[in-house]
Design a protein around this ligand. Structure first.
Ligand SMILES: [Zn+2]
Length: 573
């Protein structure tokens, strides 16, 4: 075996974002350093006899890790100071004209944000990359005394995978009820560099709820702004779509919170010793995970990088002398290794790369992508469904089915896998924004590893209330009270790979009052009244197990009548 290490170059010139410098990993105030590693491994491995194919008595397997890159998505100040000043100045003027009581006391303010205002699941299909920089100096410090921010950052950045997801659409929602006091649209939204450009955005005033409270939503998609200046909005109402307009190098939402013009961090932690501003504060995800996978016929060029959509193929043929397998992931610790296995349609192992180092020992990657170019000769002669497995640090992260076929044929495309999901919260109150969150797998979402979109159709008592195609693994609707309430909420989710729809799954949530105590036997639920007495007596008479309210269990007797009367007397409270 011969391994040639062509070049390693790191660190690259400093950029205001991203990767950890291990030499100062214990210093939370260090400057972030962005590494750019370029590694070329050339491996030529004569196969053992057990791997030999009769038609190819001396096959060779060549390939290796071609590149490992830190991301450069959404680095930079996010909002240019000049744009920020102009936008807030205009918002002040709008607030005055709208008669909003924009100033207030921060004392005792205890507003809690019930959800993160973006479609998708945090640290899953959307990645929470940056928080507020709490270090007033040139250092960086996030709420947890770590470096998940960059110098001078004033909000939360939650990023999409690539422009593929942006183009399908990832909604941004109003976090709380409010009034639109700032809005901009019409600006280019696939920016990839940190240079001045105007953004599309929305600014909401929440002073009716919490005097002086504002929220900012930046970098939105051109033409997606769904609200107008002065408009009142409901929580969970769609404001626009996630994109990369303005000072931005990749699609993300910049969500910012201000009270009386001062930015505050909503997370509570060692370096942000306040109450959390979230009804339920999340944890940072720290373990390695993959956010996407795919393969492409041919060799990926070394200049390729997100947020450019990853190249994808649906199958390979005997004409493909090399296939590139790529991964996009998070939380890759220093010293990590990878391993790939190529398994024939018969289930027989064709080639195992063994564990190989990524080749870096001093950097942790919060976000990364890598690709592996491989030429496995048997894949050009043994047709069918191969299995390509990728391990990261001995954990299997990808079990990919890769269809190989003669170049004269085109294997049929298959639809994405069906998904299921759950309502969040599971038992919503009338004033709760309701999310529906999918359990879709980030890697194994489509048999050909296509980009998958999801159509969410929401119905309240049979009437459609929202219908949207989204790339996000979650969607939301405003509180039921804004629809006048209802008894049954239904959401249908249909995945699509642009050429074929997967199976639609339908999930139903029964709403309305539920029994408030064990004595609340009959409708209307939520109160105990004579109807409950009648129903209890009927069930008592019928020796129905539901009337068995007291010990001894299994016997319907006078003790159950006493228990019922006690519960009845106590009422619903
Ligand atoms: Zn930002």
């Amino acid at each position: 075996m011969a391994i040639g290490l062509a070049s390693i170059a790191s660190p690259a010139p400093r950029l205001p974002h991203d990767v950890v410098d291990a030499a100062s990993a214990n210093d939370p105030r260090r400057e972030p350093v962005r590494y750019w590693l370029t590694i070329t491994l050339a491996v030529s491995t004569p196969l053992a006899a057990t791997f030999a194919e009769p038609v190819e008595p001396t096959p060779t397997v060549t390939g290796g890790l071609m590149a490992l890159h830190a991301p450069e998505a959404q680095a930079g100040p996010c909002i240019q100071p000049s744009e920020r000043a102009a936008a807030l100045h205009a918002a002040d003027a709008a607030s005055m004209l709208l008669g909003l009581d924009a100033a207030g006391s921060s004392l005792g303010a205890d507003t809690r944000f019930p959800f993160y205002p973006q479609a998708g699941n945090l640290y899953s299909d959307i990645f929470h990359n940056n928080y507020v920089d709490l270090d007033p100096s040139s250092g960086i410090l996030d709420w947890a005394c770590e470096d998940h921010t960059y110098n001078g950052h004033l909000g939360h950045d939650s990023d999409l995978r690539t422009f593929s997801e942006q183009r399908i659409g990832v909604p941004v929602f109003a976090a709380l009820p409010g009034v639109v006091v700032g809005v901009a649209d019409g600006n280019f939204d696939e920016r990839t560099s940190l240079t001045p450009a105007p953004a599309n955005y929305v600014i909401l005033d929440h002073s009716a709820l919490d005097p002086g409270l504002r929220t900012l939503y930046w970098h939105l998609k051109n033409g997606s702004i769904a609200v107008a200046l002065g408009e009142s909005v409901e929580p969970g109402q769609q404001l626009g779509l996630t994109a990369s307009s303005g000072f931005s190098s990749g699609p993300h939402l910049h969500f910012e919170t201000q009270r009386n013009g001062l930015v505050f961090e909503t997370m509570s932690g060692l370096c942000s010793p306040t109450n959390s501003s979230w009804a339920t504060q999340w944890s940072k995800r720290r373990e390695h995970y993959l956010r996407d996978f795919g393969f492409v016929r041919g060799v990926i060029s070394g200049s390729y990088a997100p947020p450019t959509p990853f190249p994808r193929s649906r199958f390979t043929t005997n004409a493909d002398s090399s296939i590139s397998y790529w991964i996009q992931g998070h939380n890759l610790p220093r010293g990590s290794n990878w391993r790939m296995r190529f398994i024939r349609p018969s289930g027989a192992l064709e080639f195992d790369t063994g564990a190989r180092s990524f080749g870096f020992s001093t950097a942790d990657f919060r976000s990364y992508w890598a690709w592996f170019n491989w030429n496995v000769p048997a894949m050009r002669s043994v047709f069918g469904e191969w299995t390509v497995e990728i391990d990261i640090n001995a954990e299997t992260a990808v079990v990919a089915k890769v269809t190989t076929a003669p170049s004269s044929t085109t294997p049929p495309n298959r639809p994405p896998y069906a998904v299921s999901g759950a309502f969040d919260p599971s038992e919503p109150a009338d004033d709760d924004v309701i999310f529906f969150r999918l359990d879709a797998d980030l890697v194994h979402d489509d048999p050909e590893y296509d980009v998958v979109s999801y159509r969410y159709q929401w119905f309240l008592d049979g009437a459609p209330i929202r219908d949207i195609v989204s790339a996000a693994h979650a969607d939301a609707i405003p509180p039921l009270a804004t629809f006048g309430g209802g008894a049954e909420l239904v959401v249908r989710v249909t995945p699509s790979d642009a050429d074929a729809n997967g199976a639609t799954t339908e999930t139903t949530l029964s709403l309305g009052p539920t029994p408030c105590t064990a004595a609340d036997f009959a409708e209307p639920y939520g109160i105990v009244d004579i109807a409950d007495v009648v129903t209890f007596l009927q069930r008592f008479g019928a020796a129905d197990p539901s009337a068995d309210l007291a010990a001894p269990q299994g016997t319907i007797d006078i003790a159950d009548v006493v228990a019922f009367l006690q519960l009845f007397g106590a009422g619903c409270a």
